[in-house]
Design a protein. Structure first.
Length: 364
C-alpha cells in the first residue's frame, strides 16, 4: 500500500510540474521555463514526444494546451504534455497563407548537383540511394566538406562561399574521385562555380565546371616493312605484309559542364526539383610519340603490290552529352528524413534512355 501511494503521489507531482513549467519532455527531463506568449501569430515548429513534427501558426497557448493553425486542418488543440519543444521559424507569411510549409529541404543541393547555398555551421547530412552514398558537413558558415562512396569509385568534395546579398548566393567548389578498378589512369577532378538566385525554399542555380584531363583513345601509324611473296598451288601469287606501328597518337580532352537546376515549393512538405546537365568536350589535343622499337601489328593482304601508310585506332572522339531530370523532394515529419524520387533521361550521341532516381537523406 505504501509503494502504491508513493507512485500515485509521484505521478500527480509529475503531471503538475508539466502543466506549470512546460516544455518538459517527461517527468525528470525538464527545460527552463520560457514564456511563449510573444510567439502568438508566429509560424512555429512543434516537436512531439514521439519525434513527429507539426508546423503552423501559433494561435493561443495556456497552462494545458497549445492551439496551432495547421494548413489543411485549421485550429488544432495539442495538449502540452505531448509536446517536447516549440520553436519559431523564419518564414514568409504570405507563402504560409498559400499553404506552403517550411521544414528542412536541403537547399544546398538538388538531386546531386550543388547549389550556391551553404550548410549552416555544425549542420550535416547523409544521402544515399544504395549505389551512391554521400556525406556533407558545414565546418563553418562558408565552408562545406564531404565525401562520396559508390560501387565504382570514392572521392571527396568541398564548397566555399555564401550569401552575397538578398537572394544571391555564390560558391566555388571541387570534386576529386578515383575508381577502384584502375579504369582511370589518374584521379578525376572537377572544379565548379555555382550562382544561385532565390532563397532556401525557392531558387534556381547555374553551375559551370571544368574537369581534369582524361584520355579519349589512341591511334597508331606504321609502314609495311616486311613482305612475303606467296605462290599458291592454284591462283595468282600475292604478298603478305607484316605491319609494324612506328607512331602512337593519344587524344585528350577536358570536359566542360553546364548545369541548370531549380527548386520550387509545393504543398504538404514537398518541393519540385529539376536538375539538367550538359557535357561538352573541350580543350581537345593530341600528343604523338615514336615507338621504339616498332610494335608489330596484324598481317595484311596486299594483292599484287606493296602498300604503306597503314593506320589503326582504338579510340573515338567524345561527343556532346548530358541529362535531364525532374522529380519531387518530400519531407517525412515522423522520421525527419527527406526522400527524393523522380525520372532522369541520359542523352548521348545518337542514343538516350530513361532511368529512375531515388534517394533518402538524414540530417544531423
Amino acid at each position: 500500500m505504501y509503494l502504491r501511494s508513493l507512485l500515485v503521489h509521484a505521478s500527480q507531482l509529475c503531471l503538475a510540474t508539466v502543466l506549470l513549467s512546460w516544455p518538459f519532455g517527461a517527468c525528470g527531463q525538464s527545460e527552463p521555463v520560457v514564456s511563449y506568449t510573444e510567439l502568438i501569430q508566429s509560424y512555429v515548429q512543434i516537436t512531439m514526444n514521439d519525434g513527429t513534427l507539426k508546423f503552423g501558426t501559433l494561435m493561443d497557448i495556456d497552462e494545458a494546451e497549445v492551439v496551432l493553425d495547421i494548413a489543411g486542418l485549421g485550429a488544432t488543440r495539442i495538449p502540452k504534455y505531448l509536446i517536447q519543444s516549440l520553436m519559431e521559424l523564419d518564414v514568409n507569411l504570405d507563402e504560409v497563407e498559400q499553404g506552403y510549409t517550411y521544414v528542412s529541404n536541403q537547399p544546398s543541393r538538388y538531386f546531386f548537383a550543388p547549389s550556391g547555398i551553404q550548410l549552416e555551421k555544425g549542420d550535416g547530412y547523409f544521402q544515399s540511394n544504395i549505389a551512391l552514398n554521400s556525406i556533407s558537413y558545414g565546418f563553418t558558415e562558408r565552408f562545406t566538406g564531404g565525401a562520396i562512396i559508390s560501387a565504382y569509385a570514392a572521392g571527396v568534395t568541398a564548397k566555399f562561399g555564401g550569401q552575397i546579398k538578398d537572394n544571391l548566393h555564390v560558391s566555388l567548389g571541387g570534386l576529386a574521385t578515383m575508381d577502384y578498378y584502375g579504369d582511370l589512369d589518374r584521379p578525376l577532378v572537377l572544379g565548379f562555380v555555382n550562382v544561385t538566385l532565390g532563397d532556401a525554399n525557392k531558387n534556381v542555380t547555374l553551375n559551370l565546371g571544368v574537369g581534369s584531363r582524361f584520355e579519349e583513345g589512341s591511334s597508331y601509324g606504321g609502314d609495311f616493312v616486311d613482305s612475303t611473296y606467296v605462290t599458291p598451288s592454284s591462283g595468282d601469287p600475292y604478298y603478305i605484309s607484316n605491319i609494324f606501328y612506328t607512331t602512337e597518337s593519344t587524344s585528350y580532352q577536358n570536359p566542360f559542364l553546364v548545369n541548370v537546376s531549380a527548386m520550387l515549393p509545393l504543398k504538404d512538405n514537398r518541393w519540385f526539383i529539376t536538375e539538367n546537365h550538359l557535357v561538352v568536350p573541350s580543350f581537345q589535343r593530341e600528343e604523338s610519340q615514336t615507338l621504339s622499337p616498332p610494335v608489330a601489328g596484324p598481317s595484311y593482304y596486299t594483292g599484287y603490290g606493296y602498300g604503306y601508310g597503314y593506320g589503326f585506332g582504338n579510340g573515338s572522339r567524345s561527343s556532346v552529352g548530358g541529362g535531364i531530370s525532374m522529380g519531387i523532394r518530400s519531407y517525412n515529419q515522423r522520421t525527419g528524413w527527406l526522400w527524393d524520387y523522380g525520372l532522369a533521361g541520359v542523352i548521348g550521341d545518337g542514343f538516350g534512355f530513361p532511368i529512375p532516381w531515388f534517394s533518402f537523406t538524414l540530417e544531423f
